[in-house]
Design a protein around this ligand. Structure first.
Ligand SMILES: [Zn+2]
Ligand SMILES: [Zn+2]
Length: 146
C-alpha cells in the first residue's frame, strides 16, 4: 500500500511506494523556523524513485551555507513546501513530513539543531537530539539513508 500526502489546497498530491511511513527527523534551526513560520520542520529522506508527485510545482533554488545547491518544490497554487532535493544527497528527496496524510502517526527519530530550539518545545526522552547537525554516519543510520 502506498503512502500518500499533499499540499494544503490539494492541487499537489504524491504517492510514496514502499508501504511504510518514512523516518522523520525534526530540525529546530532558525532557518527552518522562519521558512516554516513555525517552531521546527519535519523532514523525511525518501528515494526519489519511490516518490510520484502530481500537480504544478513552483521551485526555489538556493545555496546552503555549506555551498550545496538545494532545490525546494512547493505547490504553485498554495505555496505549501512539499519536498526538496540537495545535490549532496543524490537519489533522495527530503519530504516535508507534515504533508503526509498520516502525519499524526509520525514519531520523529531524531531532533537536530536543538541549540536553537524554542524554549517551550519539550523533547521526548530517549529520542536522539543534537545541538547542531547530526554527524553524517549517525544521521544516515537514524534516517535509514544508504
Ligand atoms: Zn496547494
Ligand atoms: Zn533546519
Amino acid at each position: 500500500m502506498a503512502i500518500s500526502g499533499g499540499c494544503r489546497c490539494g492541487a499537489v498530491r504524491y504517492l510514496l511506494a514502499g508501504g511504510e511511513l518514512p523516518r522523520v527527523y525534526c530540525c529546530h534551526c532558525r532557518a527552518c523556523q522562519s521558512w516554516s513560520s513555525s517552531a521546527f520542520t519535519e523532514q523525511a529522506p525518501v528515494r526519489e524513485s519511490e516518490l510520484t508527485v502530481s500537480g504544478a510545482l513552483a521551485t526555489f533554488t538556493y545555496q546552503t551555507p555549506s555551498g550545496a545547491t538545494s532545490t525546494h518544490s512547493a505547490c504553485a497554487k498554495c505555496f505549501s513546501r512539499v519536498f526538496n532535493v540537495n545535490e549532496r544527497l543524490p537519489g533522495y528527496a527530503l519530504l516535508r513530513a507534515g504533508t503526509l496524510d498520516d502525519s499524526h502517526a509520525i514519531v520523529p527519530v531524531a531532533h537536530i539543531w536543538t541549540s536553537a530550539k524554542q524554549p517551550w518545545v519539550v523533547l521526548p526522552e530517549g529520542v536522539p537530539a543534537f545541538d547542531e547537525g547530526a554527524p553524517q554516519d549517525e544521521f544516515r543510520k537514524l534516517t535509514g539513508l544508504e
